[in-house]
Design a protein around this ligand. Sequence first.
Ligand SMILES: Cc1ncc(COP(=O)(O)O)c(C=O)c1O
Length: 435
Amino acid sequence: MSTIAPDSITVSDRERSLRVFPAGSNGEFDLPADLTMVVRSGSGCRLRDTEGRDWLDMSMGWGSAMPGHAHPAIVEAVQRQLASGTNFAYTNEASLALAEQIVALSPACDRVRFCTSGSEAILYCLRLARAFTGRSGVLKFEGAYHGASDIGVLSLMPREQRPFPQPEPSCDGTTDRDVLVAPYNDLATTRRIVEQAADTLGAIIVEPFQRCLPPVPGFLSGLRTLCNEFRIPLIFDEVVTGFRFAYGGAQTYYGVTPDLVAYGKALGGGLPIGAYGGRADIMTLVEESRLGTGKPYVWTASTLGCNAVSCAAACAALHLYRTPGAYECLHALGRRLRDGLTTAVKEAGVPAQVLGDGPLGMVAFSSSPVIDYRSTAAADRKLGRRVMLGLFSRGVFLNPMGTKLYLSLAHDFSAVDTLVHHFRASLREALAVRE
Ligand SMILES: Cc1ncc(COP(=O)(O)O)c(C=O)c1O
């Protein structure tokens, strides 16, 4: 037990957090101890920490708080629902209204169910596809993150970069059974792998826009054709892309419809939620009347999955996303961010690729085009991390692992310009250290 009372005035919040959380965080922020901070509140695109400092938020709850922190419409929806009960673990007014909206907006979704996170939604999609086909193999793309499960993290950050389709664990404690790995954006190699393993493959899962990499023209439609040809369900992990590039997500943005789709993040407007849905003939496998009949049956259950508070917040978030001009605004912000970053790297004379689309951006310090995991990994990641930490020390809150920057409906041009200004200074500083 700690000998220091948590409220002791001699112990900073930073020290307190380092005592109770590994690395002082709830995961993957990987900050040096002297930069660790504790958030007290968020409003719009700003955070305030417990030392009274203000931060420009370029993470936005890893993209979940797309309306902005403490958006009045989300606050109001949550408060209204709180007063009427939070969780009934059964269809309720808010979950029904939300399900109807998702079925209407998502080309893939004939039926939908809710859970509490993107990871869980993907787990159900994979289980459904495997049960539907009776085949256990899964093909994923190198560098893709599909949530916290073993498949989700397999070959996420491979160091050895084994020959395809061999998977490589990115973390210990996981198994790699039944998983094949293909290079993102390389349809020819993917086809070769699928042709050799078609009899065993129960699913192909893809982030339609992988990390911060757009699909090359024809890649997603080529996957669709491949899946049709070999009767393999195609799963879109729309946890990031859902509601972000377009109201109908990557499906409408790229014009390709998968068989199953997983949502999370922006759907909840900052509250915990996941959703999975797809073709009626696949989704029907979750119906308990099938249990014991000899027909394929898939167990799904999520105690808090259709909790009325998250569903009410999600309905409010969808209402905001439907507001005329919302996507024009998100795309305009993203363009300004990427244009500003492009100008900054050019001025600094450093080889770099500015990646992204919609309200997302990322810089890879590489002179070669970046289109997949291996070309991303070939970038100067030490420089990238120094720049990210430089931004953090200038009051920009972000994940310094070099992942994408998230904009929201609460950002404006002035916030973006501030970010670019700090990026310039951080880059100058990082390059000076390198020289
Ligand atoms: C593409 C993608 N899929 C799945 C997940 C997992 O979602 P969650 O953290 O809600 O479980 C994430 C989270 O960052 C993600 O980026």
